[in-house]
Design a protein around this ligand. Structure first.
Ligand code: GLN
Length: 305
């Protein structure tokens, strides 16, 4: 990309806001148009033009242009939080014995990889890994499991993460054959006990929500862990580095170097230890399910810290 605007530093937050629209327009001109996911009808109706972003440095400098203002559905951006929750309440060993921390060159909902690997998910950022974790966490049923997760988030960060029930109904309105096959395969290989419970929990936890500024603050908290959280957070960031952007992760880490997680709802969440975090929203996706403008924006915004 050539001829992009030189943007001011995060210290000059007001000037950044002034020039954001110009930058977003420039970035948008340089990327393909993208698509909206149709396997969740409510996501297929998202406004393709919507754009929002929030940045926070560990010294507290913040910047946001949070439109839309309402909390956004996390979808796969919940996977690092689910992993952290499992690591903290169950311990590192049960999680490590369930899944690997390896990259995958195949899509996030691919079954052949899981079969080839004998039912052991490559990483927790793939659907297989997150469905396995959803099967492991405590709670009698899916609602109960997600409620306990939300309570833990509230006690840990003071954040509520409400479920978007409309989106949840939309996710469940169409059968997701990929995820069903993944859950059944996990059961066949003994990685999971109850496919329905795990899938219901996974679908519901993916419909929890956060605002962009809260997501940026949460990322900052991970970027500067308290001592007794350091091991679990390092594991989460390793997992994001290895698979957070699916097939693109190795290339992204080489070029950009910030562990990141994307979602089919159009979020990109990037965290750099010792520096800060970026949360960005733009619904159109590339063919791997990553927000096109979101990735382009994060690539530029890391220079503002
Ligand atoms: N719940 C979505 C799914 O299983 C999450 C995927 C994503 O955001 N990449 O397809």
């Amino acid at each position: 990309m050539t001829g992009l605007l030189t943007m001011p530093h995060l210290n000059q937050a007001d000037r950044l806001v002034d020039r954001l629209d110009e930058l977003v327009q420039q970035l948008a001109k340089n990327i393909p148009s993208g698509y909206l996911p149709d396997y969740v009808p409510a996501l297929a109706q998202a406004n393709s033009q919507a754009f929002g972003a929030a940045l926070r440095a560990i010294d507290g400098r913040t910047w946001s242009r949070s439109r839309p203002r309402q909390p956004l559905v996390l979808m796969s951006v919940v996977k690092p939080l689910l992993l952290l929750y499992a690591l903290r309440i169950l311990g590192i060993d049960p999680v490590r014995s369930l899944l690997d921390c390896q990259p995958s060159a195949l899509p996030y909902n691919d079954l052949s990889q899981l079969l080839e690997d004998g039912g052991r998910p490559r990483n927790a950022m793939l659907n297989s890994g997150a469905i396995a974790l959803a099967g492991l966490i405590p709670g009698r049923n899916a609602r109960d499991r997600v409620r306990l997760f939300q309570r833990w988030c509230y006690e840990t960060w003071g954040l509520l993460l409400p479920v978007n029930e409309t989106l949840c109904a939309s996710v469940q309105s169409l059968p997701n054959q990929h995820n069903q096959a993944i859950a059944q395969t996990l059961v066949q290989f003994g990685t999971l006990e109850d496919a329905t419970l795990a899938l219901d929990t996974y679908n519901r936890i993916c419909c929890t929500t956060l605002t962009l500024p809260d997501l940026a603050s949460l990322g900052c908290w991970l970027a500067e862990p308290l001592d007794d959280w350091a091991e679990a957070i390092a594991e989460v960031l390793d997992m994001m580095a290895v698979g957070g952007l699916y097939q693109q992760s190795p290339d992204w880490m080489e070029r950009v170097g910030w562990p990141a997680k994307s979602s089919v709802s159009g979020l990109v969440w990037a965290v750099q230890p010792g520096v800060g975090a970026i949360a960005c929203y733009s619904p159109p996706l590339d063919d791997q399910g990553n927000s096109l403008l979101g990735l382009a924006f994060v690539r530029r915004a890391i220079d503002w810290f």
